[in-house]
Design a protein around this ligand. Sequence first.
Ligand SMILES: [Zn+2]
Length: 415
Amino acid sequence: MSNDDKTTINDSFLINLLYSRNFMAKVQLYFEIFRLFLEKCYLCRQIAKQGKRQLSGARFSHSNHNIGIMLLEKIETLLKEVSGLTAANAEEIEQFRLKYLSKKGEINALMADFRNVAAEEKKTVGIKINQLKQTAIARINELREQLEEAEATGDDIDLTRTSYPIQLGTRHPLTIVTNDIIDIFSRMGFVLADGPEIDDDKHVFTMLNFAADHPARDMQDTFFIEQSDPNDVTKNILLRSHTSDDQAHYMECHHPPFRILCPGRVYRNEAISARAHCFFHQVEGLYVDKNVSFTDLKQVLLTFAREMFGPDTKIRLRPSYFPFTEPSAEMDISCHICGGEGCGFCKHTGWVEILGCGMVDPNVLEACGIDSSVYTGYAFGMGVERITNLKYRVSDLRMFSENDTQFLREFESAR
Ligand SMILES: [Zn+2]
């Protein structure tokens, strides 16, 4: 008999029952009511399942005492079931919630039967039902947390999957060029000398033949940190405007002969534009020995230019002025874009300026404790940004300090 065929106790059923004159029909209807009652009764079904053992030979009755025992047994079974629940996904957890905690769930069914439990057993059974409910809630919450945790920590990591690409950094173009310059001069016997970026006036200016009131100081206006005596410029603490202070420090405590190279950051009080910045980088060189001549300087610089810009590079020296060298010169190289023919890059002159140089002024040697009647020397200095611009044609000086990774990645293949 399918569900649809079953008789239901509704109004027409009761009317039929009360007003029917057919005795057999009445018997049949009473029988039907009894059958429905048996079918609906949860306890009857349980007892039928468990057989006669529970009945202990006695005639089965719906005593309240038996209801209590049956409920306790049922609760124990459910407790074991609930405690051992496992779920692989959220859907399974929801199924558990519906099965145990929903309106039509197992626990609510127990609550309905609880009404029929004997008064003296209500407390025990009530506590047990409550315990079952709390266990079910706790276990379902626990399963949810475990699932969330597994999702968050990625416990299901696929170890065979290819990894994310690691973005490797590149050397900064200024570092690349500084290293190139150091490499070339190292092969000619120059060693590195380091010095402070914050220095005193004595080493930055005074020892290098800048008189206190000399206008040459204006060429290298920098940032002053401390002026202990406003009337005495030699007592100022400042950011160095060139790496020549390294040379002064080195000469103070070394005896010639020496060849040194001083790379580093320097500062100038200048408005920031595409062609000027308040800080930039220099590499300066110094050679002091007996009988050092301008010819030595020229040959060293020619070698450098050819190593840096190619073997066909020519140089020319133009007279210039620096306080610390005498005579002084600016050095140009033949334009490596047009080969000296003339182009927009070299302003159609065929030459581009790259550095300043000269023979060390005897006053500088004397100020550093070196006998200028015995020793002579030459010095040169170049801007790393300038050389980098010539080599890689970077049009705007500011790009070197903007940390634009797209720009910096352009130099990935340089080194
Ligand atoms: Zn050119």
